[in-house]
Design a protein around this ligand. Structure first.
Ligand code: SF4
Ligand code: SF4
Length: 437
């Protein structure tokens, strides 16, 4: 059988080898945690604790009344010592609750659910919301909102994104291998909430061990299957997965639910298992720490709020060799100007790049080769975005559907003239949003 895939995309060097066979390792206890009050797409949170409060591990410490939000919880037991603005990995500063760890691991009272089918959809969504679950693939969309599409759509298929198509990253890969049963239970819970007939796990063909594990666990399953995908970037994009697996096209400005599909990341399935079956809020996640600046690359189970500096020190980063630190993968990740930022729910990777890895060639004039158009998985015209941005014709960008760009960076990656296409697109989108305010 042929591999599932989509049109366009690129083949960056995978660079996964240094961590793909490394078991998930628990990071040593941080002395303090720094919990950012914006770790999801949506409204920032307000603290519900104050300086001097003693908090338990798993205790809710900030929330928002907005629907598009997810509360945060203390990842340690200890004392709230400061609430102040500090840098966070999405850039800029955000209000942050700083907690001194008493290292007692004193948990809140947990409410595990032994049989989730005895609960209603609303009760399960409430658990997922209260446990602060967001999409762990990097986008951090509140999961309780995504699992609750409007009543006028019928969801027949839940697609689970296990492609982890960004180079270097192995966090999802290791979660599948080491937590297969929990991941599948999480998928069953989501499928039950959505009332979907089937779930399909999409995984790239460079993850043989994870693929085999899933097949083993699902050999008697009739409603959860695995689709083997060609290894290609950005295979994990929602619209690319839906086209590759179901041959359905999500139109411009439409959501996956418009074609009867919801897409969730595979580590999110594990978080949902932990929330419902164990009663545990999202207070830790697996982070791949890699790049040639790291002497001891790892897949680390990290408490939310642990500083990048401590994580990098634990993996023996060589600051002499390192010229660039990235949160996430090299294609869509965000460069950091300081390592004194905390891990947040969306931190899938921390990469320390040497000069060689971070090398960026000087841009030249466009040679009209059209390679960026061929590579674009969204059928857009990146070269046109660049031209319109150069002449500041912001209003014309919308006609070319710039808002449909998923900022995957494939166009910039393939461009032989090294045009900074993604940067231009990001500026153009920001200008358009500004014009609409
Ligand atoms: S235009 Fe957007 S979606 Fe298309 S390749 Fe460039 S970054 Fe990706
Ligand atoms: S790939 Fe680069 S050089 Fe080729 S058309 Fe696109 S912007 Fe121009």
């Amino acid at each position: 059988m042929g591999l599932f895939t989509f049109k366009g995309g690129v083949h960056p060097l995978e660079n996964k080898i240094s961590t793909e066979n490394r078991n998930i390792e628990k990071m040593i206890e941080p002395k303090k945690v720094y919990i950012s009050l914006l770790q999801h797409i949506g409204s920032p949170l307000e603290p519900i604790v104050k300086i001097g409060d003693i908090v338990k591990k798993g205790e809710k410490i900030a929330e928002s009344k907005a629907t598009l939000s997810a509360p945060v919880h203390s990842s340690v037991s200890g004392k709230v010592i400061k609430i102040e603005r500090m840098p966070f990995p999405v850039n800029g500063k955000i209000n942050t609750i700083i907690i001194e760890n008493d290292e007692q691991e004193d948990w809140i009272e947990l409410n595990p659910v032994s049989d989730y089918t005895k609960l209603s959809k609303e009760e399960l969504l409430n658990i997922i919301k209260e446990c602060g679950i967001v999409g762990l693939g990097g986008a951090a969309f509140p999961t309780s909102v995504k699992l609750n599409p409007s009543n006028d759509v019928i969801i027949d298929t839940l697609i689970i994104n296990a492609s982890e198509c960004e180079p270097y990253l192995n966090a999802d890969n290791r979660v599948i291998i080491e937590n297969t049963a929990e991941v599948i239970k999480g998928i069953k819970i989501m499928k039950y909430i959505l009332g979907a007939k089937k779930a399909i796990i999409g995984i790239e063909n460079n993850k043989k061990e994870a693929y085999t594990k899933l097949l083993e666990y699902l050999k008697n399953s009739e409603d959860i299957s695995v689709a083997l995908l060609k290894t290609k970037y950005p295979q994990g994009g929602e619209k690319q997965l839906i086209k590759a697996i179901l041959n359905r096209v999500v139109k411009v400005k439409q959501l996956p639910s418009s074609v009867g599909v919801i897409v969730q990341n595979i580590s999110t399935a594990k978080a949902i298992h932990d929330a419902v079956i164990l009663g545990k809020p999202l207070i830790e996640r697996v982070v791949t720490v890699s790049g040639n600046g790291v002497s001891n690359p790892k897949n680390l189970l990290v408490k939310i709020g642990t500083l990048f500096r401590e994580i990098l020190d634990y993996c023996e980063v060589d600051y002499e060799k390192t010229v660039k630190i990235i949160s996430g993968g090299p294609m869509m990740g965000i460069s950091q100007y300081t390592v004194d930022v905390p891990a947040i729910k969306g931190t899938s990777g921390i990469l320390a790049f040497t000069k060689e890895e971070a090398r960026r060639s000087e841009p030249h004039s466009c040679i009209s080769c059209g390679k960026c158009i061929t590579a674009c998985p969204m059928n857009l015209l990146p070269v046109m975005f660049a031209k319109l941005a150069t002449f500041e014709k912001w209003e014309n960008l919308e006609e070319y559907n710039i808002m449909d760009c998923i900022e995957c960076g494939s166009c910039a990656y393939i461009c032989p003239s090294h045009r900074p296409l993604t940067e231009g697109i990001k500026i153009g989108k920001a200008k358009l949003r500004g014009m609409k305010k």
